[in-house]
Write a protein of this length. Structure first.
Length: 318
């Protein structure tokens, strides 16, 4: 049974098609990334998964429970860390987590609450009022709230936005352990290095559509490849035969810097041979491994690389 089954989901706000026939299957135990620019539909999709919003058509199931017709069981299976810092200023941290436990009918949950607070470095703030906490500490409490009922599926919507390095390290250590213990994790983030490091599989949204879906390794290998960064002497033009290899991300033509796509080390020598034959002088050069940001920018630009159209869903769907 899938952890999250999203089938043909559509959502429109007046003239804006926020989600356009989105279908995704997220398996149990996955660490899944949901990426896209602002306005791509990520938060709308999460709101529908959490039952906070209703799709115009299509369905969403959490561990087989429909989020509309079987919302109570679906909600029990899900923990969501929202993007916004929403909190009640009249309670302490511990009281907030006890209250959240009560929403799920959990009594005598202090042992697990203590464990969550310890893992998120909140123990020293257990009796502090929520309104006295820093933004980073409030973010930790939101994570703890999402985990008080031990949900098998955890959705993190920009969990490290505006927080310090210490919290990021603490959070990822705890979340990674929960994932190793079998919890399914769905992450949205603008920090693409986090997604590359944490996620096993990634879907990218653009204007409400899934435009890429593959394993993280598959995306890096099949779309971007490596880059040969070449710095030419000022005023020297790149030979026309090499222009199709130029990647806009990483290039600065005015400064004589060009990022050239290479898929294997054997691609480097023909490039150097072309530069020699045309008399182009190289000022500096180095090979740079592709990262998820390169892939993301190529896909959002709607480019086709190595015969793969990135304007449609790719392999890796389940």
């Amino acid at each position: 049974m899938a952890a999250i089954q999203i089938t043909n989901v559509k959502k429109r706000y007046q003239s804006l098609q926020a989600l356009d026939d989105v279908s995704l299957t997220i398996e149990e135990g996955e660490f899944f990334g949901l990426l896209g620019p602002n306005g791509a539909g990520k938060t709308t999709l999460i709101s529908i998964i959490a039952g906070l919003n209703r799709a115009d058509s299509g369905s969403v199931k959490i561990h087989g429970h429909d989020v509309i017709s079987d919302f109570r069981n679906a909600r029990k299976k899900l923990g969501v860390v929202p993007q916004e810092l929403v909190f009640d200023p009249f309670f302490t941290v511990r009281e907030t987590l006890r209250l959240q436990s009560g929403y799920f009918g959990l009594k005598n949950n202090d042992k697990w609450i203590d464990e969550v607070m310890e893992n998120l470095d909140l123990t020293s703030k257990a009796d502090a009022n929520m309104r006295t906490l820093s933004g980073g500490m409030k973010r930790r409490v939101l994570v703890a709230q999402a985990l008080v009922h031990k949900p098998p599926v955890i959705v993190l919507d920009e969990p490290t936005a505006g927080v310090d390095v210490e919290l990021r390290q603490t959070l990822w250590k705890f979340i990674s352990q929960l994932n190793r213990d079998g919890h399914t994790v769905v992450l949205t983030t603008h920090y693409l290095e986090e997604a590359q490091e944490q996620c096993n599989r990634i879907a990218m949204l653009k204007r409400g559509k899934v435009v890429a879906l593959d394993t993280t390794a598959g995306l890096l290998k099949r779309i971007s490849g490596s880059q040969l960064i070449v710095h030419l002497l000022a005023g020297v033009a790149l030979p026309e035969t090499l222009c199709p290899l130029v990647l806009q991300a990483g290039s600065n033509e005015a400064a004589g810097k060009f990022a050239l796509r290479v898929t294997a080390f054997t691609d480097v020598e023909p490039i150097l041979a072309t530069l020699r034959q045309t008399g182009v002088v190289i000022d500096d050069m180095y090979l740079q491994q592709a990262d998820l940001e390169d892939v993301f920018l190529q896909i959002m630009d709607g480019k086709s690389v190595d015969g793969i159209s990135v304007g449609t869903s790719m392999g890796g769907a389940r």
